[in-house]
Design a protein. Structure first.
Length: 322
């Protein structure tokens, strides 16, 4: 969440919570604002989970405090007894996020020396107003769709540049910058995944793994390209082999779009395998090593394309808009 949005949410939710609690005549109305501040988190999902945990934690705290003050009286040391019982139990149920705000509410009972049902309801009301308004304001989250689409375009453009650089190296011996582009793509994918994970946690009910899987698929493809770059830089193919392999890189570069199922490229791979199998056996060690490098590049390219084919097939079958 951008700092400006977070700041505005905290200000509005805090002031609104205090005003509402005061309007309803609740004692210690300012505490509702404090709870609102603590409940504004970065995503809808995290806010919802936190509010749920704190609600259970508050109910537990008030119940334990009622019993403690009932049996031991309203003394400062009684608060220690309350904490001795409450803190381990809260951790046991993973409600520890509510320890601080719930204990603030319990201190109100101690200060007022009051555990009547009406005052317990006052403390619960303070919590519900603070947490509830925070959840309400957290329903608004800036859309990440435009940023995600921009990452799609940037990732596909970088992949295209890398594949065309491979083509240029095979045809002209020029492949100086492929490692730089691969590192750049790694960084873009890292940033893209951070955004899509954040966006996913802002979807409470209609979650989809499509964007996460898309960028993970591209990340796996880039890992293959890194391995291929090392092989290409060290190989010396014959002119015909270089031209054939370069044409495959060029065709792949033109079919990177996520809307393209890439099935034709798999057919090309099979055809290239057949063509090279029909060539005469290598007659020297250098020819053998070159042929082995070529075979490895074809295998890597097949794996690269298969990742895209599998991704497209999975989401086409689910009816996801690609």
């Amino acid at each position: 969440m951008p700092l400006l949005h977070r700041t505005l949410k905290i200000i509005i939710a805090t002031v609104a919570a205090i005003y509402l609690a005061d309007l309803l005549g609740l004692a210690y109305a300012s505490s509702a604002g404090i709870i609102a501040i603590l409940s504004i988190l970065d995503t809808r999902k995290s806010s919802f989970k936190m509010a749920q945990a704190r609600l259970f934690s508050t109910l537990l705290a008030l119940a334990i405090a009622w019993l403690t003050f009932l049996f031991f009286g309203f003394e400062t040391w009684t608060l220690a007894v309350y904490l001795l019982l409450y803190v381990p139990t809260a951790y046991r149920f993973k409600w520890e996020a509510g320890i601080a705000p719930s204990t603030v509410l319990v201190t109100h009972l101690l200060l007022e020396k009051n555990i009547q049902l009406s005052f317990l309801a006052n403390e619960l009301g303070i919590f519900l107003i603070g947490a509830g308004l925070a959840l309400l304001f957290n329903l608004y989250m800036p859309s990440q769709e435009a940023k995600i689409q921009a990452y799609h375009e940037e990732v596909e453009d970088l992949l295209k540049q890398i594949l065309l650089r491979f083509e240029a190296f095979l045809l002209n011996g020029d492949g100086r910058n492929e490692a730089k582009l691969i590192k750049q793509l790694d960084q873009v994918l890292k940033e893209a995944l951070q955004v899509v994970y954040l966006d996913r946690h802002n979807q409470l009910f209609h979650q989809t793994n499509y964007q996460v899987h898309y960028f993970e698929m591209r990340k796996a493809q880039n890992k293959i390209l890194r391995k291929m770059a090392k092989s290409i830089n060290s190989c010396q193919l014959e002119a015909r082999e270089s031209i054939i392999l370069a044409s495959l890189f060029e065709r792949c570069a033109q079919q990177l779009s996520r809307e393209n199922p890439a099935l034709e490229l798999m057919d090309d791979i099979a055809l290239f395998h057949q063509t090279f199998r029909e060539r005469p056996l290598p007659q020297s060690r250098q020819e053998f090593e070159t042929r082995a490098t070529l075979f490895q590049l074809l295998q890597d390219m097949e794996e690269f394309i298969q990742l895209k084919v599998d991704f497209y097939k999975e989401y086409a079958e689910k009816g996801t808009s690609l």
